[in-house]
Write a protein that binds this ligand. Structure first.
Ligand SMILES: [Zn+2]
Length: 481
């Protein structure tokens, strides 16, 4: 190992030493860390710098040569020092469905991928996060299990309008709703009149409403005619045809109306159809407060490459064709799509029904937490897109959506000292052993990627280094500031 790791090893040694007495522990706490790299990604792009940490926060960004006396220097040489990533769309499934996923495994997968803040979706847990008692149950369930920081979206479902003001006061970052069946019976989807009720209750709150933007009409009609034709549900083409672009377009038109009528802050989760982009561009042009995310899987895979029966690729909306994928990239580069999330949504492998390979019977959701950074790095290098954009798409913009940008999403003085140390050139192939989430089933297995997370820091201390988790689960809930 080169000299750059020597100081770090000493530090870790002290941190890991089981019987390092209180003296060692205390001296570690008061000694500042200084992180140095020739490529530190700040809001102004990559700079040569030394980042000085004061306890849990970034104290200063100093010239590269400057290391304050007494600070522990961690010299990452030419590896990239990136802001800890923020993934605002993750299904942690706890409490209640820990056989699917849970705080421990989801947050370790995040830490291994340089992700230091997760925002959990409200539907897969039991109880669903649709009132304050359910939120409190989630808060208790997370205690002592989170390896990275987290927050929880609340849910807007049919019939819970009365619960929304109290949930909003509980300092959640915002709300999520479905315009089509969510797959979870306890998380009822809403139509336009339900949303009017909800918006009335939330009037005056600045919290965003996140929406799964597909409506059921076009999906039901397409499914009926596919069934009438006797289509083969083992074919990916059948599944793709069952969730047409028009389901997304009609949903987004509805959400644009809502933004217009209520001035509501709307966020479109996992946009898959590039055909909806003109509608979004027009709404933005009119100044409506609408933000948009797409997901890693829509930027990486294409329908043409998905084998029949390979239900590990099933998600909704579905992965569309390669031309559509390139239009999503273009919109991301132009800033019409604001951010990239994973929509990590795992389930027990049996629920993917891979023996039958029927797309209509398999659970929808792709497991990918921890892989987003190398996947995007690989895809961006192929397209000649500068890696700088990562900090906007996968850190600053999702932090802002979740109301966390005062402390998360940027390497800047005053922000939490959250970092991903990333070697962008390492080439590797994804194997099940590289996955840290509960069930090692993912369409990315076998993918040849470029770039690897070497180390992850959470609020001033490393939590993951060279394949190992360090210390204890120190993650905390983050509330909107
Ligand atoms: Zn989702």
């Amino acid at each position: 190992m080169g000299s750059r790791w020597r100081l770090l090893d000493t530090c870790l040694f002290l941190a890991l030493l089981p019987d390092a007495g209180p003296l060692n522990g205390e001296s570690l706490l008061i000694m500042a860390h200084a992180l140095r790299s020739t490529r530190v990604l700040t809001p102004n792009g990559f700079v040569r710098a030394t980042v000085l940490i004061d306890q849990e926060s970034i104290a200063a960004i100093l010239p590269w040569e400057e290391t304050p006396a007494g600070a522990h220097l961690h010299d990452f040489v030419d590896d990239l020092l990136l802001p800890g990533l923020v993934d605002s769309h993750v299904h942690i499934n706890e409490p209640g469905r820990t056989e699917w996923e849970g705080f421990h495994t989801a947050t370790q997968a995040a830490a291994a991928g340089g992700v230091t803040t997760l925002v959990d979706m409200p539907l897969n847990c039991i109880p669903e996060t649709i009132d304050v008692p359910a939120l409190n149950a989630k808060r208790s369930a997370a205690e002592g299990k989170a390896w990275v920081d987290w927050a929880a979206w609340g849910g807007v479902v049919r019939g819970n309008a009365e619960q929304l003001p109290a949930l909003a006061k509980s300092r959640i970052p915002g709300f999520k709703c479905f315009l089509i069946h969510s797959g979870i019976d306890g998380f009822a989807w809403v139509d336009e009149s339900d949303l009017h009720l909800a918006m009335e209750k939330l009037r005056g709150s600045s919290l965003p409403l996140l929406a799964h933007a597909e409506v059921s009409g076009p999906v039901d009609r397409a499914t009926q005619s596919l069934n009438a034709e006797g289509s083969d549900w083992r074919k990916y083409a059948t599944y793709l045809a069952s969730r047409p672009d028009s389901a997304e377009i009609d949903a987004i038109a509805l959400l644009v109306r809502l933004a217009e009528e209520f001035g509501a802050r709307i966020h479109i989760v996992h946009l898959a159809s590039a055909q909806a982009l003109p509608l979004l561009a027009a709404a933005r042009k009119r100044g409506l407060p609408i933000t948009v995310e797409t997901c890693v899987q829509y930027l990486w895979f294409a329908a043409e490459q998905i084998p029949d029966c390979a239900t590990q690729y099933k998600c909704a909306p579905p992965i569309r064709n390669a031309a559509n994928r390139e239009e999503l990239w273009d919109a991301l580069e132009r800033g019409l799509i604001d951010m990239v999330t994973t929509d990590h949504s795992p389930c027990p492998p049996a629920m993917k029904r891979r023996e039958e390979g029927r797309w209509d019977q398999a659970w929808g959701g792709i497991a990918s937490l921890g892989l987003a950074l190398p996947v995007l790095n690989t895809a961006m290098a192929r397209r000649g897109i500068k890696l700088e954009r990562i900090s906007e798409w996968m850190a600053a913009a999702p932090a802002q959506l979740a109301g966390l940008s005062q402390r998360k999403g940027a390497i800047a003085p005053g922000s939490d000292a959250d970092f991903a140390v990333f070697n962008p050139d390492t080439e590797w192939t994804v194997t099940p052993a590289d996955l840290h989430f509960r069930h090692k089933l993912s369409p990315y297995i076998g993918a040849k990627l470029r770039g690897r997370v070497r180390e992850t820091w959470l609020r001033g201390e490393p939590v993951f280094s060279e394949g190992r988790f360090i210390g204890a689960a120190r993650g905390r809930e983050q509330v909107r500031s």
